[in-house]
Ligand binder design. Structure first.
Ligand code: HEM
Length: 197
């Protein structure tokens, strides 16, 4: 069956400016719990595309911790949504997912980072070397050569999974989980926003 046409206007409920009602909760097994505030800005700029900007700060020191900006697109004739995201950490992400009612569920589709990002990054696989896939895990793949015994671990981290949901009281809720090379998918952030007048 043909899915009903869901234009970008079906994201109208996101448009405008939002601010955390009370500090959001940040956590991760490798981190000390933290509190943060965040403002969100969604605007449509004359195209069927939404521009967005998110600014998160430490709730006590007000120091800026995290920033994201980008574009939201919808696939014509479907409820598929894509967030094209640049983050101040250097991470560039495409997240994709579905809009169901006023709930937006997204998951990492592609990841990139600057060449000088901290982790080692595989740039080339020597073609004469008989590298082949030896294990495929949620967070990394391992390639190994039975001849020269070289093995490469290619990290796929972090994978991000998040949900934006409009609550019946008009507040917006975001829950974000991620996996890294050390942790399976675990909650990192939870926060609720109210719309600014
Ligand atoms: C740490 C990813 C959003 C605050 C981290 C780490 C990763 C990460 C991979 C390191 C975890 C570790 O060391 O095991 C992300 C991603 C985000 C995101 C992919 C969005 C898609 C945010 C937001 C905040 C935040 C919105 C809000 C304040 C922090 C803090 C740390 C952290 C405070 C600890 C930093 C440190 O110890 O230096 N994040 N994060 N993150 N994140 Fe996020």
């Amino acid at each position: 069956s043909i899915p009903p046409e869901v234009p970008v206007s079906s994201l109208d409920w996101l448009l405008g400016n939002w601010e955390s009602v009370e500090p959001g909760k940040g956590s991760y097994p490798s981190l000390k719990d933290f509190r943060y505030t965040e403002d969100l800005h969604f605007a449509q700029m004359g195209q069927p595309i939404i521009n967005f900007m998110f600014n998160a700060s430490d709730a006590e020191t007000k120091k800026i911790l995290h920033r994201e900006c980008g574009f939201i697109q919808m696939q014509t004739g479907t409820n598929r949504v894509a967030f094209i995201i640049a983050q101040n950490s250097g991470l560039v992400e495409v997240e994709e997912g579905e809009l169901v009612g006023k709930k937006l569920s997204l998951h990492t589709q592609a990841l990139a980072r600057p060449s000088f990002a901290k982790e080692p990054h595989v740039k080339e696989v020597w073609p004469q070397c008989g590298l082949s896939l030896t294990s495929h895990k949620l967070t990394h793949v391992t390639l190994a050569c039975v001849g020269c015994r070289v093995s490469l671990i290619i990290k796929k981290n972090p994978q991000v999974s998040r949900v934006f949901q409009l609550q019946p009281d008009g507040k917006l809720e975001q829950t974000l989980s991620m996996s890294t090379d050390k942790q399976p998918m675990t909650q990192h952030l939870h926060i609720t926003y109210s719309r600014l007048a």
